[in-house]
Design a protein around this ligand. Structure first.
Ligand code: NAP
Length: 489
């Protein structure tokens, strides 16, 4: 049975504005249009505007011009616009979820979860907008005062990936609006529709012209480079691969931009022999299979105590093998397609490499024939240390399980990566939990739980997973500068 009908799908696709949004006007892109595809069928859903570099510059000009007025807006008004947008997103959750599933592939239930998660950043930052504070202190020598105030960074460029088409936007747009910044937003070309609808919702919620400007483009490098080099831009916030993040940092150094970099991951999932194995398997399913494994937080490697490794792998394989794979619009589907053929080939090659080096596929291990970019949920055991998938981000439904002897070995294996976004730890021993958490080289840890994402918490990584935090009270700081005033009394 299908939960959505073709007319319902067409209706929501038709509703999306397909143009660029610059200075409060919807307008065509100078380079024509680019196609958006349904990864479950490989067919085109619609075309959206393809921006030129001049379009991108016009978007930055609109953001620069709107800057002073927006910075002077009452924080309460900024917060109320975000609050209205939050409510509008929640009230349209079903439609927005369908749109997201169509362009990105994840099952409807997961799209709904992302809508709820993404909307929450608007609610959270609507509340933070009115809590931007400064300090007033007596100078240490007793003479004069030290006054600090927080001011908006200024015009920002926000670049987002395809894997969370809405939430990666709200996580940046929410704090930027709350802080009083104006911005140019550029979503991934494979999933622009959710962001286009989000910007329409902000417009309908009363956001003044020029505060948010939206560029969709088929040549990201070409259209974004002149903005990054433009002296009027003050900040770049990027979520995407480490490879592109490095490139953008290099470009941004010319202009000494403030930077937030939310990059790739290679999350270890550690299960100690004192853990509740069933709970660990439950958590593993979330950490691995959320977003079809296409999440920066996805558990990339399972390090399981030798004593329970076989039992864990068997139970995980049973659950993974029972998942229903298919088009995300069908109501009992749990695993959608990967984003494109390139991503699926990468997953297939990583699995082949591991098997070629001696790993065993307990379940799965194959791409599916036919339309769409489907790959079977896979569990691998006996994975050798040199298998590439232990060192690279898999971004697919593949779980390599490896045994370990003791705590030191587990931590060494977990930290043996250039990435440092998140780790998951399952143990019922509190002392061990804290000991291990302190030694893990990551920005986040899921302790006896398979998900860390939460608008009220600081999300972000260390090492090659980047820097900066999104969400929590830290999230708004990324969009604020501190000005210090030396007061002569
Ligand atoms: P990506 O290829 O790095 O692209 C991300 C964004 O950057 C897209 O909008 C892309 O546009 C744009 N882009 C690509 N090249 C650019 C350039 N030269 N100049 C300016 N913009 C450019 O990453 P992705 O494949 O979309 O996303 C997957 C990656 O994101 C994974 O590594 C994942 O771990 C990471 N991620 C990290 C987090 C986090 O919070 N740490 C969250 C989610 C995802 P086009 O679409 O036009 O290529």
């Amino acid at each position: 049975m299908s939960t959505t009908t073709a007319p319902a799908e067409q209706k929501i696709v038709d509703e999306v504005p397909k143009q660029l949004y610059i200075g409060g006007e919807w307008r065509d892109g100078a380079k024509g249009t680019l196609a958006v595809e349904d990864p479950a069928t490989g067919e085109s859903l619609c075309e959206v505007a393809d921006a030129s570099t001049d379009d991108a510059k016009a978007a930055l000009t609109a953001a620069v011009e709107a800057g002073p007025d927006w910075a002077a807006h009452a924080p309460r008004e900024r917060g109320e616009i975000l609050r209205r947008a939050f409510e509008a997103i929640v009230s349209r959750a079903d439609d927005l979820a369908l749109l997201m599933t169509l362009e990105m592939g994840k099952p409807l239930a997961e799209s709904k979860a992302e809508i709820a998660y993404g909307a929450e950043f608007f609610r959270w930052f609507s509340e933070e907008a009115v809590r931007i504070n400064g300090t007033y202190a007596t100078n240490s020598n007793g003479q004069g005062r030290v006054l600090t105030m927080k001011q908006p960074v200024g015009p920002c460029l926000l670049i987002t990936p395809w894997n969370f088409p809405l939430a990666m936007g709200t996580r940046k747009i929410g704090p930027a609006i709350a802080a009083g910044c104006t911005m140019v937003v550029k979503p991934a070309q494979q999933t622009p529709l959710s962001m286009l609808m989000l910007v329409k919702i902000l417009e309908d919620s009363g956001l003044p012209s020029g505060v948010v400007n939206l560029i969709t483009a088929s040549s990201s490098g070409e259209t974004m480079a002149p903005l990054i080099a433009d002296g009027r831009l003050r900040k770049l916030s990027f979520t995407g691969s480490t490879e592109i993040g490095r490139k953008l940092m290099e470009q941004a150094s010319e202009n000494l931009l403030r930077l937030s970099m939310e990059l790739g991951g290679n999350a270890p999932f550690i299960v100690f022999d004192d853990a509740d194995v069933d709970a660990a398997v439950q958590g593993a399913m979330i950490a691995k299979m959320r977003n079809i494994g296409e999440a920066c937080t996805s558990a990339n490697r399972f390090h399981v105590a030798d004593k329970v490794a076989e039992q864990f792998a068997e139970k995980l394989a049973e659950k993974m093998g029972a998942l229903k794979v298919g088009r995300g619009t069908e109501d009992d589907v749990q695993v959608g397609p990967l984003i494109d053929d390139g991503q699926r080939s990468k997953v297939a090659q990583l699995v082949e490499d591991a098997i070629g080096r001696g790993a065993k596929a307990v379940v799965g291990g194959h791409a599916r024939d036919g339309a769409g970019y489907f790959y079977d949920p896979t569990v691998l055991t006996d994975v050798p240390d040199d298998a590439k998938l232990l060192h690279e981000e898999i971004f697919g439904p593949v779980a390599p399980v490896k045994g370990f002897g003791d705590e030191d070995e587990a931590i060494a294996a977990a930290n043996d990566t250039e990435y440092g976004l998140v780790a998951y730890v399952y143990t019922n021993d509190l002392k061990r939990a804290l000991r291990v958490v302190e030694r893990l080289e990551t920005g986040m840890v899921g302790l006896n739980q398979g998900m860390v994402s939460n608008a009220g918490a600081p999300f972000g990584g260390i090492k090659q997973s980047g820097f900066g935090r999104e969400g929590g009270s830290e999230g708004i700081e990324e969009y604020l500068e501190t000005k210090y005033v030396a007061v002569n009394l």
